[in-house]
Design a protein around this ligand. Structure first.
Ligand SMILES: *Cc1c(COP(=O)(O)O)cnc(C)c1O
Length: 375
């Protein structure tokens, strides 16, 4: 079998050893005579997997005791509504910082959810330029872009805008905004677990699994316990974060196979040396690719400002759309897939998540060099 060099944005490449382990255990999980999918979520065989997955998240990120680690469903998109439902009390408002399409969506859902519940959500700053279909996002926000309310329920931002290739804090020049005492709530769907972070800086972190740590169907949430405890109780129980927190994410049937795959992926990540080693590997991949773009600046152009260039989703343009189409086709012929930019922005997007092998990036860089030379 020849494995594709998969640069998909999500669902995305998974590490071969994690898939191989699933294959080995598929029909007979730990000698039980059945697949992990066929086990009760209340049984001890599954529970061991569930606990290990939570423990791996805690260990890899050194999650402090004051935080819960939850596995939820509905995708990051459901959390766009569920977070404001929980964390914005009646009469209060949450601040949103928008640096791309996902932040825009999060704000729109927060407005709807809070309006139903006698609360609010407002745009506290954006780096978007232009309107409608021509709206561009080329950088993370800085203090100058923001009008934060000191009494906001929280400040929400998207650490990595998957479509626009704009990421916070890849250089010290573009840190996460300082929200003072107001909790930071961050959608880390497309840059979760690519490097170590200090969890204590955040009130809540959430991430859909299908970008960097597993298959679709699971959202990982890391949340301060006091925020969970203070969360609203006048919303359906199934949406309250405390329901998952009080029941170790086993209130109802969780996506057991997805959580099992997360266990496999995180065990692989730990085996490679954990997040510090992964950060080095990811930064080297991104540096190589951006170097090819910059060395061929008359042919390739990255629209994102240097300080905000994403390490996870690297976007660039070629001279014409016809060139881009040809490029995607040539890449495909060489076993490289998933390079077409998001339909809303066009261009090329290279998603270089943890599971994307450095050798795939080398192959892509070589193709890019040759393609630019031939013109
Ligand atoms: C993919 C993505 C989402 C949406 O995730 P779903 O699981 O499909 O709801 C939200 N935010 C970011 C940053 C993403 O990359």
């Amino acid at each position: 079998m020849s494995r594709a060099k998969n640069f998909n944005a999500g669902p995305a490449a998974l590490p071969l050893p994690a898939l191989q382990r699933a294959l080995d255990e598929f029909l007979d999980f730990s000698g039980s005579g059945m697949s992990v999918m066929e086990h009760s979520h209340r049984g001890k065989d599954y529970e061991a997997v569930h606990d290990e997955a939570i423990a791996l998240v805690r260990e890899l990120l050194s999650v402090p005791d004051a935080y819960d680690v939850l596995f939820l469903q509905g995708g990051a998109s459901q959390l766009f509504a569920q977070i404001p439902m929980n964390l914005v009390e009646r009469g209060r408002s949450a601040d949103y910082v928008v640096t791309g399409a996902w932040g825009d969506k999060a704000l729109a859902e927060a407005k709807t959810a809070t309006a139903m519940l006698g609360a609010g959500a407002r745009l506290a700053g954006t780096t978007g330029e232009g309107e409608g279909k021509d709206k561009r996002f080329v950088r993370a926000a800085t203090a100058k872009d923001l009008r934060l309310a000191p009494d906001a329920a929280y400040v929400h931002l998207t650490s990595n805008e998957t479509i626009h290739g704009v990421e916070y804090e890849v250089t010290p020049a573009r840190p996460f905004p300082d929200a003072g005492k107001v909790p930071l709530v961050v959608d880390m769907s497309s840059d979760f677990l690519w490097r170590p972070i200090d969890v204590s800086r955040f009130g809540l972190i959430y991430a859909g699994a299908q970008k960097n740590i597993g298959p679709s169907g699971v959202v990982v949430v890391i949340v301060r316990k006091d925020l969970v405890a203070a969360g609203r109780k006048d919303i359906p129980k199934i949406f309250q974060l405390r329901t998952a927190a009080d029941n170790k994410s086993l209130y109802n049937t969780p996506p057991t196979f997805g959580i099992y795959m997360i266990r496999n992926v995180l065990a692989w990540l730990k085996g490679l040396g954990g997040l510090a080693a992964m950060e080095q590997r990811n930064r080297e991949k991104a540096a190589k690719l951006y170097a090819v773009i910059d060395a061929n600046a008359s042919f390739y152009r990255c629209p994102v400002e240097r300080e905000s260039r994403s390490v996870m989703n690297l976007v660039f343009r070629l001279p014409t759309e016809a060139d881009e189409e040809r490029f995607v086709k040539e890449a495909k012929a060489q076993g490289m897939v998933g390079l077409k930019g998001h339909r809303s922005v066009g261009g090329i997007r290279v998603s270089a998540y943890n599971a994307v092998e450095p050798a795939w990036i080398d192959a892509l860089c070589e193709l890019m060099q040759g393609f630019a030379r031939r013109g």
